[in-house]
Design a protein around this ligand. Structure first.
Ligand code: FAD
Ligand code: DHB
Length: 395
C-alpha cells in the first residue's frame, strides 16, 4: 500500500473536482484527485452547455478562461416557443447587462485538466475500488486501486465531487442525511448533430407532442433535445424519426426552418430533482451533483457545482490561512440557499415546458404561465435573473 499525504483529497474529476483542485492550487492549498474514468472519457463526455454569467467570470478570474472567451458563444437571450410563435427573453435589458455563455461542459473539463497538468497536479485517472473513511475524526482517508497497486490518501478534508452515482454520499450513515427526491415522469432524448444551429439563440419549445430544445456547441454543431418517456428505447429512434419529431415540435407560423445534418451522438437522460441535506458529514464535504440534482431545463447543474466549489474553496482558504472554521461550518447552509432556489427554478421551467402527464387542467395552467411570461416584464425579469444566475450568497 502506497501512502500519499495531502491537505485535501478530491474524489471525482468532473467540473466540480477539477475546479476545486484548480482554485485550491491558486490559494496554495495542496490536493490529490482521483477519477474512475479515463482522461479521454472525461474530456469527451457531452453534458451541459450553458455557463451562467458568474460561472464564466469565476473561470476567467481564476485563469482558465482564455479559450472559453475565444470560442464560447455569448448569448443575450433565449426564445420561448409555444402555439407556433417565438417570444424572446432579453437578458441584458432585464438583468442590468448580464448574459450567458454557451460553452460545452467537456470544453471546461479539457481547459481545467490542461491547467491542472500544467501546474503539476496529481490526478489519478482510471482508478478502481474508491473508498472513503475516517470522516468523523480529524484524519480522514481515501483508498483506491490504480495501475496494479493499492493507495491511501491521508488528508485533512475529503471533497466528495463524484457525482450522483459516486461513493461519497453513500458512505455517510443513512441517519445523518435528509434526502429530498422527485423523479419526473419523462426524460430527454439528446442529440449532437453536425449542422449549423438553426437559431442564433436557444429555443425552448412547448408543443402538443412534448417539449423540445434547440441548443448548440459551436457555429458548426447543434445540440437538440426532445421530451420522451423515462424508459425510452434509444434503438427505436432512427435519425430520420428524430428529425421528423424535432421538425414537428419546432414548427412555427414565422417562416422559420430547422436545418438537419448527420447525428453524431444520441442518448436518453433521466430527469430528477434531488437534494441531500446537510452537504457535509464530519470532514467529508459533498460538492456538486454528489449532493444535488436538478432537471436539465434551465441549465443549472454545472453552474450549481461551480457555486459550491467557490464556497468550499473560500472556506478552506479561511481555515488554512487564518485558522477560521466558521465558513467550513456554514458550507452546507450557504450552498443550500442557492441550491433550493435553483431547484425551484428548474422545477418551474420543467413543468411549464413539458406536457402530457399532469392532466388537462395543469396543461392549461402551464400554457397560461408561458403566456404570462411572454407578456409581462415582471415575469420575464424573474426568468432572466434566474437563468443568467442569481448573485452569489454572501459569506
Ligand atoms: P460529474 O460531472 O458527474 O463528475 C463526477 C466525477 O466523479 C465523474 O467524472 C465520475 O466519473 C467520477 N466518479 C464517480 N464515482 C467515482 C468513484 N467511485 N471514484 C472516483 N471517481 C468517481 N446539466 C445541464 O445544465 N445541462 C445539461 O444538458 C445536462 N445534461 C446532463 C446529461 C447527463 C447524462 C448527466 C448525468 C448530467 C447532465 N447535466 C446537465 C448535469 C451536469 O452535467 C452536472 O450537474 C455536472 O456534471 C456536475 O458536475 P460534478 O463535477 O458535480 O459531477
Ligand atoms: C443545454 C442543456 C440544457 O439543459 C439547457 O437548459 C440549455 C442548453 C445544452 O446542452 O446546450
Amino acid at each position: 500500500m502506497e501512502r500519499i499525504r495531502t491537505q485535501v483529497g478530491i474524489v471525482g474529476a468532473g467540473p466540480a473536482g477539477l475546479l476545486l483542485g484548480h482554485l485550491l492550487d491558486r490559494q496554495g492549498i495542496e490536493s490529490v484527485e482521483i477519477e474512475n474514468r479515463s482522461r479521454e472519457y472525461c474530456e469527451s463526455r457531452i453534458r451541459a452547455g450553458v455557463l451562467e454569467h458568474g460561472t464564466a467570470e469565476l473561470l476567467a478570474q481564476s485563469g482558465v478562461g482564455e479559450r472559453m472567451k475565444r470560442e464560447g458563444l455569448v448569448h443575450h437571450g433565449i426564445y420561448l416557443r409555444f402555439r407556433r410563435r417565438s417570444h424572446r427573453i432579453h437578458f441584458p435589458e432585464l438583468t442590468g447587462g448580464k448574459s450567458i455563455l454557451v460553452y460545452g461542459q467537456h470544453e471546461v473539463v479539457k481547459d481545467l485538466i490542461g491547467a491542472r497538468q500544467a501546474a503539476g497536479a496529481r490526478i489519478f485517472f482510471d482508478v478502481e475500488k474508491t473508498e472513503v473513511e475516517g470522516m468523523e475524526g480529524t484524519a480522514p482517508s481515501i483508498r483506491f486501486h490504480s495501475g496494479g497497486r493499492d493507495y491511501e490518501i491521508a488528508c485533512d478534508f475529503i471533497a466528495g465531487c463524484d457525482g450522483f452515482h459516486g461513493v461519497c454520499r453513500p458512505a455517510i450513515p443513512a441517519g445523518a442525511l435528509r434526502i429530498h427526491e422527485y423523479t419526473f415522469p419523462f426524460a430527454w432524448l439528446g442529440i449532437l448533430a453536425t449542422v449549423a444551429p438553426s437559431s442564433d439563440e436557444l429555443i425552448y419549445a412547448r408543443h402538443e407532442r412534448g417539449f423540445a430544445l434547440l441548443s448548440m456547441r459551436s457555429p458548426q454543431v447543434s445540440r437538440l433535445y426532445l421530451q420522451c418517456a423515462p424508459d425510452e428505447e434509444i434503438a427505436a429512434w432512427s435519425d430520420a424519426r428524430i428529425w421528423a419529431e424535432l421538425q414537428e415540435r419546432f414548427s412555427t407560423d414565422e417562416g422559420w426552418t430547422l436545418r438537419e445534418g448527420p447525428i453524431t451522438q444520441k442518448g436518453v437522460t433521466a430527469m430528477r430533482s434531488f437534494v441531500a441535506e446537510p452537504m457535509q458529514y464530519g470532514r467529508l464535504y459533498l460538492v456538486g451533483d454528489a449532493a444535488h440534482i436538478v432537471p436539465p431545463t434551465g441549465a443549472k447543474g454545472l453552474n450549481l457545482a461551480a457555486a459550491d466549489v467557490r464556497v468550499f474553496a473560500r472556506a478552506l482558504d479561511a481555515y488554512y490561512r487564518e485558522g477560521k472554521k466558521e465558513l467550513l461550518e456554514r458550507y452546507s447552509e450557504i450552498c443550500l440557499r442557492r441550491v433550493w432556489k435553483a431547484e425551484r427554478f428548474s422545477w418551474w421551467m420543467t413543468w411549464m415546458l413539458h406536457r402530457g402527464v399532469a392532466g388537462e387542467f395543469a396543461e392549461q395552467i402551464h400554457l397560461a404561465e408561458l403566456d404570462y411570461v411572454s407578456g409581462s416584464r415582471a415575469a420575464q425579469t424573474t426568468l432572466a435573473e434566474n437563468y443568467v444566475g442569481l448573485p452569489y450568497e454572501e459569506m
